[in-house]
Design a protein around this ligand. Sequence first.
Ligand SMILES: C[S@@+](CC[C@H](N)C(=O)[O-])C[C@H]1O[C@@H](n2cnc3c(N)ncnc32)[C@H](O)[C@@H]1O
Length: 260
Amino acid sequence: MSDSQSIDFEAYRKFEQKGWSEVASGYSSYHAAITAQAADALLDAVSVGPGMDILDVACGPGAIAAAAAARGAKAIGVDFAESMIAEAKRRYPDIEFKADDAESLSFDDSTFDAVVCNFAMLHIAEPDKAIAEAFRVLRPGGRYAFTTWQTPDKVQYLSVVTGAVMAHGNLDVDVPAAPPPFRFSDPEEAKRTLTSCGFAAVTTGEVTCYAKNTVDELIESLYSGTVRSKAIAEAQTPRRVRKFMQLLRRTRSHSPRMAS
Ligand SMILES: C[S@@+](CC[C@H](N)C(=O)[O-])C[C@H]1O[C@@H](n2cnc3c(N)ncnc32)[C@H](O)[C@@H]1O
């Protein structure tokens, strides 16, 4: 986490885009089943129903667009990682997916009835731009919803991994400075930002997701399905890795079911 003046947004954007392009398959195998559990809450928040035009921003492997299509909506998913788009098309061949940047969408003004964004806001270099873009492509009266993680102290799935890495890892590694990942975990900050981008009647709520992964899957998912955490883990010495793995195994064996 860095203050915004020390962030090279372009470097961060490139790092994330390259990183997500390399882990589409691993992300789909592990994390996507967890994030997809928010689909109904997210789609309910914008009242998705038959015939509506829906945009799923930073769609990853496409589960949210697919859930919207299953409700009879005309859904399009966009992501800036080409391999995520390929993965989404492979999983859901009947749905339209295309490469696009959340911060500068290629759609005309007033194109969609609703825009959704699932667990991606914390990976977007300048999320205020993504929110402003969502507002621009919405029709008058359109609705917008996004999900984000609560802070790690409230999310075991995050805290067991970050706790182990922070306890034994060297965090001074060569990765671009990131915008604060838990900025929108604060409902007041989320409301303030959405309101300043033009949205009215902003509400927030909580969704519980469960991770039922074994400890080995959790470790595998760290290396094959994340970007920043993977880069930090790969920069560690074998001794540090052994130590944080040991701690992860000990902690995880005491928390078989984790709420997010
Ligand atoms: C944690 S994944 C979430 C994927 C999916 N929404 C889900 O529910 O599982 C974050 C996604 O955000 C995408 N992403 C990050 N910044 C983006 C941007 N500026 N424009 C489009 N996609 C972006 C990444 O490529 C990645 O697929």
